[in-house]
Design a protein around this ligand. Structure first.
Ligand code: 5GP
Ligand code: ZN
Length: 135
């Protein structure tokens, strides 16, 4: 668990552009986003894959996901979004701590799944995080 990047972010040992937190979950912007506003929602408890989560914990987490998705839609003015949740390296899971991706989508823009470390202009990531927090 000590090597888990998301546990380090949750503990404040690594920085992140946080958009939400409560006693069960934290949401922050993905550093390699597919689109602007790409957000990760992460439970505070370290659980590797979705089937290992207690159903009541998952129920609470998905409620947070819905709440954050509403905020993201408002903040980045997207027309829709993908909800993505990978389980296991074979499925593309690179961080072994359960998380949901909220990926904003815009009418007229083709859906692509390319991580992009240079998507944001300087300061833009923090500005979007502030907007989501405020929404
Ligand atoms: P997965 O591929 O496991 O479903 O998604 C993990 C996500 O975490 C990836 O989209 C990746 O860009 C993101 N990620 C990895 N390391 C960091 C980090 O240190 N900070 C943030 N904000 N996101 C990260
Ligand atoms: Zn963890």
């Amino acid at each position: 668990m000590n090597d888990c990047i998301f546990c380090k972010i949750l503990n404040g040992d690594l920085p992140s552009a946080r958009v939400y937190e409560d006693d069960a979950a934290v949401a922050f912007l993905d550093i390699f986003p597919f689109t602007k506003g790409h957000t990760l929602v992460v439970p505070r408890e370290h659980v590797g894959m979705l089937p290992e989560m207690a159903p009541e914990h998952l129920a609470r987490l998905i409620t947070v996901v819905q709440n954050i998705a509403r905020r993201v839609m408002k903040a980045v003015e997207c027309d829709g979004f993908n909800l993505l949740q990978n389980n296991g390296p074979c499925a593309g899971q690179t961080v072994s701590h359960v998380h949901f991706h909220i990926v904003p989508r815009f009418n007229g823009t083709p859906v692509q799944w390319t991580p992009n470390a240079n998507l944001y202009a300087p300061g833009e990531m923090d500005a979007i995080a502030r907007k989501i927090r405020a929404s």
